[in-house]
Design a protein around this ligand. Sequence first.
Ligand code: LLP
Length: 427
Amino acid sequence: SQTVERTADGAVSVGGLDVRRIAEEFGTPAYVMDETDFRARCRAWRDAFGQDADVFYAGKAFLSRAVVRWLYEEGLNLDVCSGGELATALAAGMPAERIALHGNNKSNDEIHRAVEAGVGRIVLDSFQEIARVAHIAQRLGRRQPVQIRVTVGVEAHTHEFIATAHEDQKFGLGLADGSAAEAVRRVLMLDSLELVGIHSHIGSQIFDMAGFEVSARRVVGLLTQVRDEHGIELPEIDLGGGLGIAYTPEDDPREPHEIAKSLGDIVTRECEAAGLAVPRLSVEPGRAIAGPTAFTLYEVGTLKELEGLRTYVSVDGGMSDNIRTALYDAEYSVALVSRASEAEPMLSRVVGKHCESGDIVVRDAFLPTDLAPGDLLAVPATGAYCRSMASNYNHALRPPVIAVRDGEARTILRRETEEDLLRLDVG
Ligand code: LLP
C-alpha cells in the first residue's frame, strides 16, 4: 500500500524516490518508512472509530519522536509500556492525557513519572500494582484514572482462537477465577484511583474477529457484574490491539472500518442486552498502523549456491534488524529493487551476516539467477516490531529509519555508530 513504482530503468521508487538514491544517501541496511502511508493509516483508524471512540497507537511496534508527532497531528492517542516509551512520547510533546501506560511489571519510577506527568490512564495489571499506583498517586496528591486489564480466557493465534477455561500467562487479572472482580472492589476503595474502565488484549497478528467478540462479550459481562455489585457503570472499554497485516500475499487483513463496525456492533448489542449505557470504546493497534508502512533495504553481499538445495543470499543485516523470522518463524517476502531482471527465478534463502545459522530474514524466496553482490533487496512490512526489537548482536549497528514523503527522504532515527557502542562501554 506504499506508493511504490518502477522507474524507467527498472528500479523501484517509493514515495517518488528511487531506492538507489536512498541507499546512496543513507546507506544500507535501512528501514524506509512512508510517512504519507503512516499518516493515512492513522486517519483510517481515527475515521473508522469516529468521535465516540479512541485509537491508541501501541508504541512498542515502533516509536520515535517524529512518529509521536504524526500520531498527535492525526488525532491518535498513544499507548506506552515502559519509561523509555513514555520519555519519547513526552519529549515529542504528546499531551500526557493522551498517553496510556501499560505493563505487567511497571517500576515505581515508571509509575511515578506517569502519574506526575498526568497520563490519561494507567492500565493496572496486578493486585500489587493497584496498591503501588494508589500509593504513588496519593503521595503526589493526584486522583489517577485507571483501567483494569483482565484476561478473558481467549487465547488468540494467527488464524484461530482457542477459548481456554484457565489462563496461563503473566498478563492481566483473570475473569474466570474472580480476580478481576476483586481488583474492581479494591480499586473502588482507593480514593487516589479513579476506575474508568476495563481493558482486554487477546494477542497479536489476528485475522479472525471471533476472538474479539468473545473478549467484548466477557468484558461487558464484567461491567454488568460491577453495576449489579457496586451500582456504577464504568464509562470505558478497551479491547486492545492485535489486528493482523499482510506479510505475504496469503494474508488477508481486515480493514479498520470493518474492525470498528464489528467491535462497535458487538459492544452495543451486549450492552443493550444487559441494560448498560454503551461505554466509550478504545483500541490499541500497533502493527496494523506501522507494519505495512516500511520496508528494509539491504545490499546483497555473498551468494552461495548449494547444488540441488537453494542459493543462500547474504545481506548486510539480519537477525539484529529483524528477529521475527528467527523468533516466530515469521514469513516475509523479498524483491530485487535496484534494477529489473528477466532472469529465471532461483529458490533462495535471504540470510544475514550474524554468527549463527538461524540468522534468516526470508526463509523461502524466489530471486533472479543473475542476482549479484551490490544489488539492493527490499523486505516489505517491516515497520512494526523490527526496529523496535533490533539488537546489537555481534556489535551490529542498528539501522536508521528513513522517512519518505513528497519525494523527500529524511532520517528520523539515525544509524548507530561504533562510537555509540563504545560510549556505553565505560571500562
Ligand atoms: N496493546 C497491548 C496491551 C499489547 O500488549 C500489544 C502488543 C498491543 C496493544 C499492540 O498489538 P499489535 O496491534 O501491534 O498486534 N513482538 C511481536 C508482537 C508482540 C505484541 C505485544 N503486545 C511480533 O513481532 O509479532
